[in-house]
Design a protein around this ligand. Structure first.
Ligand SMILES: CC(C)(COP(=O)(O)OP(=O)(O)OC[C@H]1O[C@@H](n2cnc3c(N)ncnc32)[C@H](O)[C@@H]1OP(=O)(O)O)[C@@H](O)C(=O)NCCC(=O)NCCS
Length: 151
């Protein structure tokens, strides 16, 4: 593969209040258990690191990081269904690693549903390892797998 083909294809820009409608609509299509409009508004309000991701001018996804001292918690990473499985989620995740490092994070943490095979496969591919479980984390109905990766 040529070096140029390895270059990142997506660009990240900080999510603005004006993006929330489009992101919320995308979230409804991409997740069986979607965040609400209020969850995105709260993330912006809380000062989390919230990013919209474009490829050639089209919004293809977004990501939300919560920074806490030297740790970054990946709260949401989404690629729209019609753009999945093209390597864009990997690009987005790598850029979120860079953003977290730039904030001084040494480790990234996340919670994932055991039923979310795509996300689990992505995280394992990027060397996240399971560090624990949170019982009934998702509305008491499903446990969360807690994963971590050094940055
Ligand atoms: C998880 C998600 C972000 C992956 O995005 P993506 O752009 O499809 O990921 P990539 O194309 O970079 O895939 C990278 C690797 O992850 C794994 N992977 C991704 N989707 C997969 C799937 N549906 N099944 C199995 N493995 C999968 C594969 O190893 C894949 O590499 P390959 O295509 O060469 O086999 C995307 O599926 C998504 O947005 N899902 C819905 C939202 C969600 O659940 N987010 C995570 C919790 S917040």
């Amino acid at each position: 593969m040529m070096a140029a083909e390895l270059a990142t294809r997506v660009t990240l820009s900080p999510m603005q209040a004006a993006d929330i409608d489009a992101v919320t609509a995308a979230e409804q299509r991409a997740h069986p258990f979607p965040w609400t409009r209020g969850n995105f508004a709260d993330s912006l309000q809380a000062g989390h690191s919230v990013w919209v991701c474009h490829e050639a001018g089209t919004m293809i996804g977004y990501g939300v990081l919560m920074m806490a001292l030297d740790e970054a918690d990946l709260l949401n990473i989404t690629v729209l269904p019609e753009h999945q499985r093209r390597g864009l989620g990997s690009d987005l995740l790598c850029q979120l690693f860079e953003i977290a490092r730039a904030h001084g994070a040494a480790r990234m943490l996340l919670e994932v549903r055991p039923s979310n095979a795509a996300a689990l496969a992505l995280y394992r591919r990027f060397l996240f390892s399971e560090i624990g479980r949170r019982k009934g984390y998702y509305d008491g109905r499903e446990d969360a797998i807690v994963m971590a990766r050094e940055l």
